[in-house]
Design a protein around this ligand. Sequence first.
Ligand code: IDP
Ligand code: MG
Length: 139
Amino acid sequence: MTTNRTFTMIKPDGIENGYSGAILDHILKAGFKIIAMKYTRLSPETAGQFYAIHKERPFYKDLVSYMSSGPIVAVILEKENAVEDFRTIIGATDPTKAADGTIRKLYAKSIEANAVHGSDSNENAAIEGNFFFSMLERF
Ligand code: IDP
Ligand code: MG
């Protein structure tokens, strides 16, 4: 079954490099609708919880430190086939391998500081959206 929502963050490098407006514009022009949006900052503890699935990976500590190094924008998005289509418009994790015209190709700096997060499944989209937004904040 496909649900039609996904979750994204504009990561600290995207904000720091002044790309938050361009990235949101790119997302909206691709047909996604914003359901909820929050400008906030992760603590090392909350970044660690968010990325707990990667706890055993060698880059986990650096990732947690990087993701708590500056503000982020957390967004719940809606579109038909949202999870898959969003992964397509952001491109590969490593921006040097991302397809032309994708958000990571256009705006990311490195495999770690790669401008945006995108949920990898419907289940994780719901978990990640709930991590940042309570039911009352959404419609
Ligand atoms: P994804 O964001 O494309 O789904 P994941 O494999 O889920 O990629 O990794 C989560 C995040 O961890 C990436 O977006 C990136 O910020 C970071 N990351 C992934 N692989 C590496 C790596 O090899 N070195 C450093 N950071 C990495
Ligand atoms: Mg992932």
